[in-house]
Design a protein around this ligand. Structure first.
Ligand code: UN1
Length: 491
């Protein structure tokens, strides 16, 4: 399948001859081709979005929401079909692919509900016979740049609040996972979204992403991806005075205290560290464990890993699928080599799998390092693969300090039965998401999603907080006194 861009409600052949193959990371199968579009196509898409926006903003929000309900029903109807494509294109196991489509369904219905809220505020005025309120207004054309690890869910986190708030958008999906974007585009078309409201341009970040950020008609950029790219997006967006919402990396830890339920903690660590082959920004890549239970936890982890089946995620017995591509595989391997050189002890895994049946895919063994010191590279940098580092601590205070010592602040978790420790931890863990007696993954779409420090720039995806990205606050004063009342002055 040769993908086309979705511009002004039509599927339009890209002008470029430059195309890249879409590859199934489980077996190397070529699933299609995606164009590397140009500035010109970004310009066409932005013009279409601009043209549609005024009219779209005039559609009452509860009516805009009706499209989202329809999109939600379509996603529901196609859930299994979409999950199968998602597994083929991205590699995550089918159960998780279904879960990702479910996030899109949930987001559609949740944001559709916002069509009847989009709450503003009324406040008293300082003056008599005067009324004051603040309302949310749409911003205009927004640019969405989404990653390959959650190709449909993250797209819905951004596009649905943008739509319900009255914006139109141009979306650049990752070239690694364009089939999910194509499928969502087809749904936009099927529900009869007015032309130009939703636009998709396929291409590389350097060309399409840059053109989108620099385009004077694009007022907001919402980006999820790596820190390296995110800081470039922020820099370029800042230069052009754009509102930029960034959601980037994590170095998420599970803290296991001496009073923890170790079986539960083990299960949670396995799920959070090796689900999606560790390629979630919320993935657990550190285990901070109290010295008294370290040995017991390690035994349980090694035992649990020995039961994990690795392979093509379409096989329902498989628990760990491939990573996205060859360069991801090399990057993970590079970190594992550094871990060994720096003196961490390999407890499980550590290798690329390249013999049959793995030879045509990109597979890395679930890997655990222990005796990891907090200063080591593998304890500090985001690896984005199935690699977890165990760090020993002596107290809750030390665990929190170690948790907070990395440059990221997305998700954290603590296993303990002690209510005092739990409440202290939830207050002091410097992350945007904190789990108690659960792993670091599994955020629900109606709560704010994002993090502190290097994870973001203060904005949030998901929840009501997402509306702040896609709306401008407008303060409205209505003076019904019939005379000039001067504020801050004795009248
Ligand atoms: C991501 O990895 O960027 O909380 C998103 C979770 C998922 C979303 C992860 N609901 O793990």
């Amino acid at each position: 399948m040769k993908l086309k861009n979705f511009i002004g409600g039509k599927w339009i052949e890209a002008e470029t001859h430059q195309r890249v193959p879409i590859i199934n990371p489980a077996n190397g199968e070529v699933l299609g081709e995606v164009p590397l579009s140009t500035n010109h196509e970004v310009d066409l898409a932005v013009s279409a979005a601009k043209k549609a926006q005024k009219q779209w903003a005039l559609v009452p929000a509860p009516k805009r929401a009706e499209y989202l309900y329809e999109i939600g029903f379509k996603l529901k109807e196609k859930k299994e079909y979409l999950a199968q494509i998602l597994t083929k294109e991205m590699g995550k196991v089918i159960e998780e692919a279904r879960g990702e489509v479910q996030e899109g369904i949930d987001m559609a219905f949740y944001m559709a509900g916002e069509g009847r809220r989009l709450f503003g505020e009324t406040t008293p005025s300082e003056l008599a016979d005067k009324f004051a309120m603040s309302v949310r207004s749409p911003i205009g054309v927004v640019g969405l740049i989404t990653p390959w690890n959650f190709p449909i869910a993250i797209a819905t986190w951004k596009s649905f609040p943008a739509l319900v708030a009255g914006n139109t958008f141009v979306w650049k999906p990752s070239v690694e996972t364009p089939l999910m974007a194509y499928e969502l585009g087809k749904i936009f078309e099927e529900v009869g979204l007015p032309e130009g409201v939703a636009n998709i341009v396929f291409g590389a970040g350097t060309e399409v992403g840059t053109a989108l950020i620099e385009h004077p008609e694009v007022k907001v950029i919402s980006f999820t991806g790596s820190n390296a790219t995110g800081s470039k997006v922020a820099e370029l967006g800042g230069r052009h005075l754009k509102k930029v919402s960034l959601e980037m990396g994590g170095k998420n830890a599970v803290i296991v205290m001496d009073d923890a339920d170790l079986n539960l903690a083990t299960e949670a660590i396995i799920w959070s560290a090796f689900g999606t082959a560790g390629q979630r920004c919320t993935a657990c890549s550190r285990v901070i464990v109290h010295k008294d239970v370290k040995g017991k936890l390690e035994e349980r982890l090694v035992e649990a890993i020995s039961h994990l089946t690795i392979g093509d995620g379409l096989d329902p017995t498989v628990k760990v699928g491939p990573v996205i591509n060859q360069s991801a595989l090399e990057k993970i391997d590079h970190y594992v080599q550094i871990g060994k050189q720096e003196g961490a002890k390999l407890l499980a895994g550590g290798n690329i799998l390249s013999t049959p049946p793995f030879e045509n895919g990109y597979y890395f063994e679930p890997t655990v390092f222990t005796d990891v010191k907090n200063e080591m590279t593998i304890a500090q940098e985001e690896i984005f693969g199935p690699v977890v580092s165990i760090i020993e601590v002596n107290s809750l205070e030390e665990a929190i300090e170690v948790n907070n010592s990395v440059k990221f602040g997305l998700s954290s978790s603590i296993f303990s039965q002690d209510v005092n420790k739990i409440f202290k931890a939830q207050r002091d863990l410097d992350t945007g998401i904190v789990y108690i007696n659960a792993g670091t993954t599994g955020a629900e779409i109606h709560l704010p999603f994002g993090g502190t420090k290097g994870t973001g720039n203060g904005h949030r995806d998901s929840g009501q907080a997402a509306l702040d990205v896609y709306t401008e606050w407008k303060s409205v004063y209505v003076d019904y006194s019939g005379k000039l009342q001067r504020a801050q002055i004795d009248n």
